[in-house]
Design a protein around this ligand. Sequence first.
Ligand code: BEZ
Ligand code: FE
Length: 290
Amino acid sequence: MTYFTEQRSVEAVVERTNLDANPRLAQVMTSLIEHLHAFAKDVALTESEWEYAITFLTSTGQLCSQERQEFILLSDVLGLSMLVDAINHRRPTGATDSTVFGPFHVKGAPIRDMGENITLDGKGESCQFTGRVVDLSGSPIAGACVDVWSDNADGYYDVQQPGIQPQWNNRGRFITGTDGTYAFRGIKPTSYPIPDDGPVGALLSALGRHPYRPAHMHFLITAANHERLVTHTFAAGDEYLGSDAVFGVKHSLVTSYERADQDTVWRCNFDFVLTPDTTDSPPSTPPSPR
Ligand code: BEZ
Ligand code: FE
């Protein structure tokens, strides 16, 4: 038995854990306690700083609801979400990189016909999105579900403006055919601030950081026998590419938007390369075309 002292703080706490009860929990909590105590010692945490942290975490939790997840936002701005994604999705060369999921995906978006317009509020500069969903050998994947979502021209997702934007504005699902291609019309996305009216926004401002994300289009791609891909394409030239508030930018995901010939419409072409599903779980079944 170890009495608690500053020097032996970790041992005093860790030795109470029953290592056999839940070995993985014991491993995770032991490491967490080691790092937490090392951190408090490293910065010589004051009592008022500890109290401030408790208040900060309390208000972060109090802001969480069905519509808002301030804790995930905190994880995002600390780079933890991207780190967990990187650790869990070490993709083979040639596969499309993943990035942060974000809080604005909504399950069950309408399944639309290939080429259909997802922009229902008529705002923004129209953009034609095209590309292919292929496997590592470059073969087309038929029946892949390409679930897309973006903010509107004012920088808000439909779920942030119920009653102002039409439901499902700038969202849709598209099912690839035998050639693996997808096509839809949306808008050239705009950069926008993550929700910054809560504790996470206050933290960013106290750290001298801005809350902006560079313009991007979200993609969630699922296909039988392949790992699901959560990613974005980012607009080349955006002023926030080098300082994304949530660290989501990867070089391979930055793509150019071109003006279509004799048209005011933009064009963005991007191919997605999926990896085979290596888990034992049954493959996710994409919804069938309507
Ligand atoms: C997004 O891209 O929608 C997003 C990602 C992380 C935090 C907030 C928003
Ligand atoms: Fe986004």
